[in-house]
Design a protein around this ligand. Structure first.
Ligand code: HEM
Length: 451
């Protein structure tokens, strides 16, 4: 086995390394430039931290599978999430993660998607009404924030049977509780300096206050579920929190873990799903033939449409909501014959894997057809939800929400780019940078009964 000096390093400055070359909101792009120059395995340095960037699908898959024993999420993620107060499955490690994952797997298994589907109709109606209003107003629309707002309602319903617009009257009371938490976590994870420790910015104090209020709200739901009481939204529907509270024996989580996991689900379900929906609309606005094909197939096959699945898969290939996964090796490992010592910081770049021309022909083209059986592409290497024991627990729920909302919107609206495609803004999630699109209602849009 060669020593790890067989792996190339990006040349940097003494002391700071490559820190000055890295824009925290576009790290994935810089790592993609470096991958073209240094290959699928290389090191870079930010101040006194060295990172090994991996863009080779076999190594990426092996790292993902070898958890929790061989690799862990980067300790920064755990400490930042705990500091902010979001202490659930995403941040857990070792035996704590094993316990939480068993309990959460049970909760998600008990969650009946078809019953939730009936409630989700409310969100689809809200979505349609909101887009109709936006189309009538006629000005540019920030679709990512529109989806965030809708999904806050959807995730509050799924996680704790709470429809903010029904239970709290004014949804404005609920939305701010979640806004800003993910971007804060993202910027802290990638920051080489822990500035927030000695610089308590007003924005951070606001987030702490909001988290406290959110915690109180979740605790009040735990009380309701523990007493077996119904909620005003209950319609033959059991939320993930109710299922977790009802769990017995080893699957029982304490209140702190219940709160941490509801916040994790609320956050995990928000920005990545909103990003997929927003990027899909940008691609549809750019590709007239694709939206036509999508409408035809959805008219014919409803939510079973294969082309709908292909549009979503292709969107996530080019715009993976979590393009970089920050990890650390727990034991010594070997990557393609090179030794990687325990404690090495590792960045798995799904972004690079998904744009690798040896897996995808014309990798930068948006072509949903590559998911419909073309033999030229190795689509199995795109892993938007991760792989192995820590793959995304909300995958099914996320795909259901994206399919439902996207199909309805494509049938009823047209989308128009205002200028170029938006830039990719990495804020933990890779979302479209602030940019706007125009929406118009289709004159001959699908009939009302049609999705
Ligand atoms: C399109 C939307 C989504 C995408 C692309 C996405 C992607 C991911 C990825 C890449 C991971 C890391 C997987 C790994 O380390 O192997 C992950 C983990 C996770 N996701 Fe998602 N996610 C989405 C939606 C959701 C939703 C809706 C929820 C909650 C209902 C959720 C909850 C979680 C949780 C709790 C974890 C941590 C799992 C663990 O560490 O055991 N995600 N997600």
């Amino acid at each position: 086995m060669s020593e790890d000096y067989a792996i190339p390093s990006v040349p940097g400055l003494i002391g700071v390394g490559n820190a000055l070359q890295l824009d925290p909101t576009a790290i994935h792009v810089k790592l993609s430039d470096w991958e073209r120059k240094f290959g699928p395995l290389f090191y870079f340095r930010a101040l006194n931290h060295r990172y090994l960037v991996v863009s080779d699908i076999d190594i990426v898959s092996n790292v993902m599978r070898d958890r929790p024993g061989g690799f862990r999420r980067h300790p920064n993620l755990q400490s930042v999430m705990k500091e902010v107060g979001v202490d659930g499955l995403l941040a857990a490690e070792g035996s704590d993660w094993v316990k939480q994952r068993h309990a959460m797997d049970d909760g998600f298994r008990g969650f009946e998607l078809d019953r939730y589907q009936a409630m989700f109709g409310t969100i689809e109606t809200r979505c349609r009404q909101r887009f109709r209003t936006l189309a009538r107003v006629g000005s540019g629309v920030d679709v990512f924030s529109e989806f965030q707002k809708l999904l806050i309602d959807a995730m509050a319903i799924a996680s704790m049977e709470l429809d903010p617009r029904v239970s709290l009257g004014d949804p404005m009371n609920f939305e701010p509780l979640l806004n800003g938490i993910f971007p804060t976590i993202g910027s802290r994870i990638t920051s080489p300096v822990r500035y927030w420790k000695w610089l308590p910015l007003p924005q951070n104090r606001k987030i702490q206050r909001n988290l406290l209020r959110l915690t109180e709200l979740i605790e009040s739901r735990i009380e309701i579920f523990r007493a077996g009481r119904p909620t005003s939204e209950e319609a033959e529907f059991r939320s993930i929190l109710r299922l977790l509270v009802m769990a017995q024996g080893a699957q029982r989580l304490d209140d702190e873990a219940l709160v941490g996991n509801v916040i994790t689900i609320l956050l995990g379900g928000l920005d990545p799903t909103a990003a997929v929906l927003a990027w899909s609309l940008f691609f549809l606005a750019q590709n007239g033939k694709v939206i036509e094909g999508l409408r035809c197939d959805v008219e014919r096959n409803g939510l079973e449409s294969r082309y709908l699945g292909a549009v979503i898969d292709e969107t996530m290939r080019l715009k993976p909501p979590l393009p970089l996964l920050f990890m650390q090796s727990i034991a010594d490992a070997e990557f393609k014959g090179c030794r990687v010592v325990a404690g090495t910081n590792i960045v798995l770049s799904l972004y690079n894997v998904n744009r690798d021309p040896s897996h995808f022909r014309d990798p930068l083209d948006f072509r949903p057809e590559r998911w419909l059986g073309e033999k030229t592409d190795r689509t199995s290497v795109a892993l938007p939800f991760g792989r192995g024991p820590r793959y995304c627990i909300g995958r099914q729920l996320a795909l259901f929400q994206v399919r439902s909302l996207l199909a309805g919107l494509a049938l009823h609206f047209d989308f128009h780019l205002q200028g170029a495609m938006p830039r990719e803004l990495l804020e933990f999630t890779m979302r479209p940078g602030r940019s706007f699109m125009k929406i118009s209602e289709r004159a001959c849009g699908g009939s009302e009964g049609n999705l």
